[in-house]
Design a protein around this ligand. Sequence first.
Ligand code: SAM
Length: 235
Amino acid sequence: MFSKSAQYYDEIYASVDKDYAAEAAKAHKIIQRYRQSKSKLLLDVACGTGVHAGYLSKYYQVEGLDLDSGLLSVAKKKHPKMRFHQGDMTDFDLGRQFDAVVCLFSSIGYVRTKSRLQKAIKTLSRHLLPGGVLVIEPWFSPKQWHPGRVSMTQVSKPDLKIVRMSLSRQRGKLSLIEFQYLVGTPKGIEHSVEIHELGLFTHKEYLDAFKAVGLKVTHDPEGLDGRGLYIGTNQ
Ligand SMILES: C[S@@+](CC[C@H](N)C(=O)[O-])C[C@H]1O[C@@H](n2cnc3c(N)ncnc32)[C@H](O)[C@@H]1O
């Protein structure tokens, strides 16, 4: 879904002042409050271009995992010493466990269906050490989603101009976002379209998915940036 925008991902989120450093510091505090394990291993699932991963590496030995090879190659370029894996969060096995597994910026929504949400949480929980913490920043619930909203983001640098317009839609329990990009560089102006599909899960569906795999779950309604946070522990 990010095939057209991977190389511009960081520019786009820098232009909306997403504060990855502050979010990573908050995530660290929460992990410290809940974890009982003693090492410093953290897995960032759906790490994208590795921005949180970079800030979290101040506190942890971080590895990242993502489905998208384009985003992963941006992450690897920025953090050549960090280990990155390509995989699907609903079904991967690194054969190792971590003190903290995080899945941030609502990436969990990309699993799309309730059964894949359950599979993802099972897969992530299998990668937790005893006493480890699973931190998931959710996507919108069905009640919070508003179809028919148009929004616009702009990047304006001397040699790079981007306009990204988006339109929200809904199909049953799926939220759809159509992104249209106009990217201008001295080489020319290109237009591209991406359709992102994310599952709209209820609070109860998130809680049940944690409980089904034996995790004790806490909901923090504010979280890192107002989207809330589900925090699971296995002891
Ligand atoms: C909104 S981006 C967030 C990226 C990053 N966590 C951040 O905060 O910038 C969503 C990410 O989820 C990844 N993703 C989507 N489906 C996935 C899956 N099934 N398994 C692993 N990653 C997935 C995408 O490739 C993308 O990197």
